[in-house]
Ligand binder design. Structure first.
Ligand code: COA
Length: 246
């Protein structure tokens, strides 16, 4: 694998993301590798990353080259990979530091448990780009945090800390040593009977509701808007976007 290092630590698999950019923007190749690392593991997986971020989200540079069809395909494959993680037989723990934004946060939401540093910065900021989350984030955040919070966080794109995420129940545990905490949780889970863990996950993590399919359709449609072009250009040129509702 090019972007993921997989370490077999006996009862725990440590999967570490590292890309050329220390903010770890995600493309489909990286997501495929993460999906593969999870599906190949028969142990509890701890997914973490090197650099300044768990991940700052989907690669916005690639967005400028996508039309609506390409965006829909991108979201569809992203959905499949996230579903693969959410329905894997083994528990998957996201160990978050730095930033977990957009697709990076959606990846953490697809995992079963989230352990974070208190000062990590989390958000679904897609609305600030003129689009919306496209990897299941709208539905998973709603399931984890409730409708009111999900609607607020998706509609404002507001960034919140790991500490706030813990208070909202979005993150399970926080620690300044997030890796130690994540490994402790992984150890605890690795002592449990695997079949019971597998069934607990299958029973509690109900499949996303009917709007899950809608999400990838809408993600594609938003790429046809002038506002999304404006959002991508504004981010890449480090300026404030001017949305016109077109
Ligand atoms: N996709 C592509 N490139 C990204 C990126 C992303 N999601 N996030 C950051 N980068 C790039 C920046 O364009 C910049 O590139 P440059 O050096 O060529 O200018 C580089 O990474 C460093 O980012 P910068 O914004 O200068 O760092 P910062 O420390 O000031 O801010 C963030 C860090 C994470 C707050 C900021 O980069 C950010 O908001 N990123 C986008 C988050 C987002 O909207 N994600 C959702 C995508 S759907």
């Amino acid at each position: 694998m090019k972007y993921i290092t997989v370490e077999d630590m006996g009862k725990i698999t440590l999967a570490t993301l590292k890309t050329d950019n220390p903010l770890n923007p995600l493309n489909i190749e990286i997501l495929r590798e993460i999906g593969e690392a999870v599906s190949n593991s028969r142990n509890v997986v701890v997914l973490n990353s090197e650099g300044r971020a768990f991940s700052a989200g989907a690669d916005i540079k690639n967005f400028t080259k996508m039309n609506a069809n390409m965006a829909h395909r991108f979201a569809s494959e992203g959905h499949d990979i996230m579903n693969g993680i959410a329905s894997a037989d083994v528990p998957v723990i996201a160990a978050i530091h730095g930033y977990a934004l957009g697709g990076g946060f959606e990846l953490a939401l697809a995992c079963d448990f989230r352990v974070s540093t208190p000062d990590a910065k989390l958000a679904l900021p897609e609305i600030t780009l003129g689009i919306l989350p496209g990897f299941g984030g709208t539905q998973r955040l709603k399931a984890i945090a409730g409708e009111g919070r999900a609607l607020e966080l998706v509609s404002t794109g507001r960034t919140f800390t790991g500490q706030e995420a813990k208070e909202m129940g979005i993150v399970n545990r926080i620690s300044t040593d997030h890796m130690e905490e994540a490994m402790e949780l992984a150890e605890e889970l690795s002592e449990k009977p695997p079949l019971s863990l597998k069934y607990a996950k299958a029973l509690i993590r109900a499949p996303p509701d009917e709007f899950y399919e809608d999400e990838k359709e809408k993600f594609g449609v938003l790429f046809e808007s002038k506002d999304s072009k404006e959002g991508f250009d504004a981010f890449l040129n480090k300026r404030k976007p001017k949305f016109k509702g077109e």
